[in-house]
Write a protein that binds this ligand. Structure first.
Ligand code: AMP
Ligand code: MG
Length: 406
């Protein structure tokens, strides 16, 4: 039986990044940039004022100054400061040549001068200000040719904004994986149907599709397959047309656990069955090579909802990251201090629903009590999974353990 790290490595050996393609900027939210993007201009592209006020030369600020021009954002100054004078300027407007600082309007007062022109009084202290006070010089943030967003970056709103600033209406990113979701089990009924005796609702389909949406993949829900060979096989064949097929249920040792044998019959090569993990021990993983450069990764997740949830995060999520081109596909664990003592009866390494919080002196984690792998209620109270290694052990409050955020 594989350890989790070996199983994740085996999954990542089979997953490869999709070919990049051009996509419009907003449609790329959550995808991964496939090329370095460099600045097509300095940013800001001109010296600009950071406040509404008056552009001046510092040495001139000992007397009232004539206001010789007003420049709004989007305009260009026509006058320069080559003699004692002030130019009224708005936030974001280009700075006139010669300006050394902008005095905020609230520090000034305007008067009509003897000749009828507008004058502005500036406090004497401004004469001793530092050069460039309230000015952002051209290229201060980014110079032409600087790397703005690197290949492999996840495109969050701020990356998309930075790419828009570079003038890109379309970017090169890797596409979303299409992921078929197939729940199996004779006991399952659709969410909208009242369960009869011995029946339960198919909650895994909704949960797994939601996990896929969060991972920026495209879920393709295939409904419920009965625990019956012909029906299961027909559904599997449809699912195998996607980039990934995620099944839930039917991978344990029961008579009705037909998923591994039907996957094998459909030509899917088993990579591993079972991992040393709780919940989720029966997990199954395999690959179908459909054409050269086109394969389907197949995950058979154990049907218990917490097993499905945890195994998706542990095994499916890294594969999706790799396909989408994230530079490091493995899940990242943080170290956090336990808020309360915790005792494990760990026959296997256990990923327990937990609550991770940040305090000023670092992350803390509280294990959520659960009654086992069907206990979705415990996951609702959780935002992470805490790893307790194998072994019977009591962890004191304050012990440092690894936690993976959901
Ligand atoms: P299995 O892995 O098929 O042996 O199922 C293990 C447990 O998970 C059983 O109690 C099932 O009823 C339950 N289960 C299986 N599939 C689902 C599903 N799609 N939604 C909710 N519970 C499920
Ligand atoms: Mg079943």
């Amino acid at each position: 039986m594989m350890e989790v790290s070996e199983a994740v490595a085996a999954v990542l050996r089979e997953a490869s990044a999709f070919e990049p393609h051009a996509i419009s900027l907003l449609d790329a939210l959550g995808l991964v940039l496939a090329e370095d993007v460099r600045a097509d201009a300095d940013s800001p592209p001109f010296d600009k004022s950071l406040v509404d006020g008056f552009a001046v030369r510092l040495a001139d600020c000992v007397a009232s100054l004539p206001v010789i021009e007003t420049v709004a954002a989007g305009q260009v100054p026509t006058r320069s400061l080559d003699r004692p004078a002030a130019i009224q300027i708005m936030t974001g407007a280009p700075l006139p040549v010669g300006a050394e600082a902008v005095v905020p309007v609230e520090l000034t007062s305007e008067q009509i001068g003897a000749s009828g022109g507008v004058h502005v009084s500036i406090p004497i202290k401004v004469a001793s200000w530092k050069l460039d006070t309230n000015i952002l010089r051209r290229g201060a943030s980014t110079k032409l040719g600087d790397l703005v967003v690197a290949a492999g970056s996840e495109l969050r709103p701020q990356e998309l904004g930075a790419l828009a600033e570079c003038g890109l209406a379309r970017v090169t990113a890797r596409r979303r994986p299409r992921v078929a979701v197939l729940a199996t089990g004779d006991e399952l009924v659709p969410v909208e149907q009242a369960p009869g005796p011995g029946q339960i609702r198919n909650s895994n389909e909704t949960m797994l599709c939601a996990q896929l949406l969060r991972a920026c993949a495209e879920p393709v829900p295939l409904g419920i397959a009965r625990d019956e060979r012909a029906h299961l096989r027909e559904r599997i064949d449809i699912g195998l047309q996607s980039d990934v097929l995620v099944l839930s249920g039917g991978v344990s040792m029961g008579e009705k656990d037909l998923v591994p044998s039907e996957l094998a019959a459909a030509g899917v090569r088993q990579v591993f069955h079972k991992a040393n993990v709780k919940p989720g021990k029966p997990i199954w993983f395999g690959v179908l090579d459909r054409r050269p450069n086109s394969r389907t990764l197949v995950f058979g997740l154990p049907g218990n909802p917490v097993s499905s949830l945890v195994c998706f995060e542990l095994f499916v999520r890294p594969a999706l990251r790799r396909m989408m081109g994230v530079s490091s596909a493995e899940s990242v664990a943080v170290k956090a201090r336990l808020t309360a003592p915790h005792t494990t009866k760990g026959e296997r390494p256990t990923y327990q629903p937990a609550r991770l919080e940040w305090q000023s002196d670092g992350p803390i984690v509280t294990a959520i009590p659960w009654v086992g792998s069907s206990d979705l209620r415990a996951t609702v109270a959780a935002n992470s999974m805490a790893l307790f290694p194998v072994g019977d052990q009591t962890y004191e409050a304050g012990s440092v353990i690894e936690v993976i955020a959901w």
